[in-house]
Design a protein around this ligand. Structure first.
Ligand SMILES: Cc1cc2nc3c(=O)[nH]c(=O)nc-3n(C[C@H](O)[C@H](O)[C@H](O)COP(=O)(O)O)c2cc1C
Length: 344
């Protein structure tokens, strides 16, 4: 029997996404290690961490390192921010030339003060004309599909979804992802599904819904309440990359796979750590300092992921206290033993 799919494949420009459910961009998390792992569990596409277009345009190594990809990843979008249309266009053209990205995405929703204060990220929602101008400049500079990730607004008093949809469409974007919270609320509070629905009804381009999807039920609710063409999963995927297989099953109306048992979880998180270590080895080659410890770098970076992998385990609090010691592969295995995730 062929399973019926609740969400059809999606075309964004010339890009076809057979399964339009993505790993949402998250600074500090969605590097090639996490993206590759989520891809193994069936994520349909993903985004890089957010990268400063100005850094890319002037050839900053650290900025380019954030765009590292690994072979075999799901289609990846390069996710960039900035406030200068010309600079964003230049960076986008350079990204296109690498040949490693399926699309380019403009950040118009990041509420972090140091980004907003420079007129980038969420600040663009307060200035739809600027958002349109930036979108149009990048559109002209590249042939790759172009998307914009935004929110339902900066605050309820600022321009709303209709203005934002219009700006992005007039700028020539191929799709729009919309996080159902205001920038003033950062990442907390209820997700406003009616406003995502309003954006979907207004837009002629595909709309992807985002916010609060942590389970298959949440994904079905987003789909039914808004009619979006695709979805972005953020925090629900941290420490839980197998969420994508559950979402696939739910959206194909087929039986969900059993969640991983402890032995599988341990194998998955160790595989994540090894991916991160491989990435740090590459980073080491770009570092000017000769003595760069990739293992320690990977272990430190992995702390944030580990907390989420182990949430809910007995002795979780004890592990939290020991997290600052996590500086090597050995420390990691010791911690896993301590929390009882000790099946090898
Ligand atoms: C740690 C963290 C970093 C994030 N970084 C970015 C970012 O760089 N660019 C962006 O557009 N959104 C960023 N987001 C927002 C997420 O992509 C997503 O829109 C938000 O978390 C809502 O989705 P969720 O409820 O599924 O997590 C970040 C969120 C978190 C928690």
């Amino acid at each position: 029997m062929v399973a019926h799919m609740l969400i059809p494949p999606l075309n964004i420009g010339q890009l076809t996404l057979p399964f339009p459910v993505a790993l949402s961009p998250m600074a500090g998390y969605t590097d090639a290690a996490m993206r590759g792992l989520c891809c193994e569990f069936g994520c349909g596409f993903s985004y890089t961490e957010v990268v400063n277009a100005a850094g890319l345009a002037r050839g900053c190594r650290a900025s380019w390192h954030l765009l590292e990809t690994v072979p075999g990843e799901a289609p990846v979008g390069a996710h960039i921010y900035g406030n200068d249309a010309e600079v964003l266009a230049k960076a986008a053209a350079q990204i296109e030339q690498t040949g490693r990205f399926a699309f380019i995405d403009i950040n118009a929703g990041c509420p972090v003060r140091k980004i907003v204060s420079k007129g980038s990220g969420a600040a663009l929602m307060r200035n739809p004309a600027k958002l349109q101008q930036i979108t149009a400049a990048v559109r002209t500079a590249i042939k790759l599909p172009l998307t914009v990730k935004t929110r339902i607004g900066f605050s309820p008093q600022d321009p709303g979804v209709d203005e934002l949809v219009d700006a992005v469409e007039r700028g020539g974007a191929d799709a729009l992802a919309i996080h159902g919270r205001y920038a003033i609320h950062h990442h907390s509070g209820a997700v406003n599904l009616p406003l995502i629905k309003q954006a979907k009804e207004r837009a002629r381009i595909p709309v992807l819904g985002n916010g609060g999807i942590k389970s298959a039920q949440d994904a079905l609710q987003m789909l039914h309440a808004t009619g979006v063409d695709g979805m972005l999963i953020g925090r629900g995927a941290i420490g839980n990359p197998w969420l994508f297989s559950a979402l696939r099953a739910a959206l194909y109306e087929s039986r969900p796979p059993a969640p991983p048992d402890d032995a599988e979880k341990r194998a998955i998180l160790m595989a994540h750590f090894e991916r991160l270590y491989a990435l740090k080895l590459i980073e080491g080659k770009f570092r000017r300092k000769a003595r760069f410890d990739a293992e320690a770098g990977a272990a430190r970076h992995f702390r944030g992921h580990l907390v989420r992998y182990l949430q809910g385990y007995p002795r979780w609090r004890q592990v939290l206290n020991r997290l600052p010691e996590l500086a090597s592969r050995n420390n990691l295995t010791e911690l896993l033993d301590a929390v009882g995730l000790n099946v090898s």
